[in-house]
Write a protein that binds this ligand. Structure first.
Ligand code: UDX
Length: 430
């Protein structure tokens, strides 16, 4: 049984059913359960609708709101409910505790209670205390799914991490993934819980470091793409997660970095290095805002800015902790007039006009700002964009566009960590 049908829960349920397990997904939202039972998936996640459809047809995947009834046949229960940032930055465990309280007394003997939600270190023990049953092992099995590639991440993981103070239960959970070829790291519960934070916070620190190096590149006249290419060939560093941008965001990195700060505090450890990465992320946003202000002549009040991209990264419609929104809200607070387009986002967003055509953001704009790395922005007719604009500034916070194309359209181009006029690759036209 899988509790919660968000992108983690639904991916877990659908993928486990594709590995031939019988899965019941539970959610409190009746309308959502009805939609999912009819094969309708609201989340933009490649491959997920197909897996849900296949699971429904094969009978291996079902949806219900009745957790207490569904649990009667379960050998394992995955908790995939939200653990948002709560008071003071710590993870809010109310949803985890509510489910535990709801099903704790009807869990069949031996049924493993498995946390997939990112929970503070020590939660497995706390849940075990809450349930107060010796015949129900509690297991931590953190997920490392990225939005937009959740299905392929689940079915082709780098590793499976399973931790429990009941070793047999940990092995049973690891065996659920036997169909996948990935190393299994089996540990105690606290270590497995910490792996998730340690990994996500490392990634956040890596990105803050890259954004800081990008800033140095600008000040020193170096080019971040060459610098990260040179760094990335070192296998100890690796080539991924080295792209500078408007700062890191999304549903995990911001909340997990704050949560690990609180976890460290709880054991009186001053995790200054992680705190610096969080501060650097805010500084990066502010530097991007300053760059945009510079591009429109120094003052944002009354400037017309066209925003390309609102999602926290390409391939998703998720706006949670999106750096694009964060940059936009500062621009708007400083008096800029924003028109925004994102291929996956529509509807009303305070402080801006959201349009459904990328060229509409260009109309009368003093500057265009690329905030999410959607490939479709590379394919825009930049000459037409230039004709529609009032000014000529393009600020590309993802280094997404080919500068030459933008320059040839008669526009100016500024990226992050790249100094156009100093790079021989980008000798100015004419
Ligand atoms: C992340 C972790 O990667 C995943 O393992 C965990 O389970 C959940 O959190 P996700 O939030 O989907 O996944 O996004 P990810 O692809 O990791 O990107 C996070 C942020 O970093 C985004 O804002 C993205 O734009 C930014 N990023 C990523 C960069 O700025 N540069 C990069 O090179 C990579």
């Amino acid at each position: 049984m899988v509790v919660g049908t968000g992108y983690v829960g639904l991916t877990t349920g659908a993928c486990l059913s594709s590995l031939s397990h019988l899965v019941t997904c539970v959610d409190v939202d009746e309308a959502k359960v009805a939609r999912l039972s009819a094969g309708r998936v609201d989340i933009l996640e490649p491959g997920l609708s197909e897996l849900v459809a296949r699971g429904l047809t094969s009978g291996r995947l079902t949806f219900t709101t009745d957790a207490r009834r569904a649990v009667a046949d379960a050998e394992g229960v995955f908790l995939c409910v939200p653990t948002p940032m709560g008071a003071g930055g710590a993870a809010d465990l109310r949803a985890v505790e509510a489910v535990t309280a709801q099903i704790g007394d009807v869990l069949p003997p031996g049924c493993a209670l498995i946390t997939k939600s990112t929970v503070p270190v020590g939660t497995a023990r706390r849940i075990a205390d809450l349930i107060g049953r010796h015949d129900v092992p509690v297991v931590s099995n953190p997920e490392f799914l990225r939005e937009g590639t959740a299905v392929s991440d689940f079915l082709g993981p780098d590793r499976i991490v399973v931790g429990s103070d009941d070793e047999q239960a940990a092995h049973w959970v690891a065996d659920l993934y036997a169909g996948l070829s990935a190393p299994a790291v089996i540990s105690d519960a606290a270590s497995a819980e910490l792996v998730k934070y340690a990994a996500n916070c490392f990634l956040a620190m890596k990105l803050s470091y890259v954004n800081a190096i990008a800033e140095l590149c600008e000040r020193l006249g170096a080019d971040i793409t060459s610098v990260t290419e040179g760094m990335g060939h070192d296998r100890r560093i690796g080539r991924s997660f080295l792209k500078p941008g408007p700062g890191w965001g999304g549903s995990c990195l911001p909340k997990d970095t704050h949560a690990l700060m609180r976890i460290a505090e709880s054991v009186r450890y001053d995790f200054g290095m992680l705190g610096a990465a969080i501060d650097e992320n805010i500084a990066q946003r502010d530097r991007i805002v300053a760059k945009i202000a510079g591009a429109v002549g120094g003052t944002l009040a009354g400037a017309r800015i066209g925003v390309l991209g609102l999602a926290f990264k390409a391939g998703t419609n998720d706006l949670r902790d999106s750096p694009a929104l964060s940059v936009s809200s500062v621009l708007s607070a400083l008096g800029a007039d924003l028109t925004a387009y994102d291929p996956a986002v529509g509807g009303e967003i305070p402080g801006m006009t959201v349009v459904d055509d990328p060229y509409q953001v260009a109309k009368g704009a003093d500057a265009i700002v690329v905030l999410t790395e959607w490939a479709e922005f590379q394919r825009l007719d930049w000459t037409y964009v230039s004709e529609l604009m009032h000014g000529d500034a393009v600020v590309d916070t993802r280094n997404l566009l080919e500068p030459r194309v933008v320059l040839d359209a008669g526009l100016s181009w500024q990226g992050v960590g790249r100094t156009l006029h100093r790079s021989p690759k980008f000798a100015l036209p004419g």
